[in-house]
Design a protein around this ligand. Structure first.
Ligand code: HEM
Length: 183
């Protein structure tokens, strides 16, 4: 999803490139990234959050009401299956301004997780929350570090993500890749 959205957002891609070039500067060509480098990837985290918000890789989770639950004017009877649909909150304009726009900069203003925990739940929540969330983000950050510094890419004009109900692309997201390493 990050690769797709970055192809549509040249300004985000440019800022991401600069962040990773700055991290690479001063390191040997094949030197591994370390924890200090990862902590510098602030804009990268914004891009990842925004790709998760817009992309909705996991659209909903399965829950069961263990007792009668009153929610506003509704009663959810004990035993009923409940499907919290994350994309409903992620794409709700009352919770995220210009919700349909890929805008990584929106995450710059977020100070703490408390501000987002109910309107941004790409990894679920509560005791079944995804245990791989930090690993997943780390892997994407390292992948992007190498991708943005060595490749240019574009997607097909008529390709777009669909939710059916899992996310996939109408044309399978073929990429036109060009290898163009910096230095
Ligand atoms: C972008 C990447 C990922 C996304 C969006 C994602 C999302 C989720 C979501 C929404 C859940 C359900 C949470 C709930 O029911 O409240 C989940 C569960 C889980 N995820 Fe992930 N996940 C990702 C990557 C990973 C990775 C990298 C691992 C392991 C290395 C992982 C391992 C698990 C496991 C074991 C569960 C089940 C937890 C449980 O039921 O107690 N996930 N994930």
């Amino acid at each position: 999803m990050a690769v797709y959205f970055l192809a549509q957002s040249p300004s985000a891609l440019q800022q991401l490139k600069v962040e990773h070039q700055n991290i690479r500067r001063g390191k040997q060509k094949d030197e591994y990234l370390n924890w200090e480098d990862y902590k510098k990837m602030e804009f990268t985290q914004n891009v990842i959050n925004e790709a998760l918000r817009c992309g909705n890789v996991v659209k909903f989770v399965h829950r069961k009401a263990l007792k009668d639950v009153k929610f506003r004017d509704y009663l959810i009877p004990s035993g009923w299956k409940v499907l919290p649909v994350f994309s409903a909150a992620h794409l709700d304009p009352s919770l995220h301004a210009s919700a349909l726009e890929f805008h990584p900069w929106r995450w710059e203003k977020i100070q703490s997780q408390d501000q987002t925990c109910k309107r941004f739940t790409p990894f679920g929540g509560g005791s079944r929350c995804c245990p791989g969330s930090e690993l997943g983000k780390l892997e994407v950050a390292i992948f992007l570090h190498h991708l943005v510094q060595s490749f240019r890419w574009r997607t097909e004009d008529d390709d777009q993500p669909i939710a059916f109900p899992y996310v996939e692309f109408q044309r399978g997201l073929p990429l036109h890749l060009e290898h163009c390493p910096i230095n």
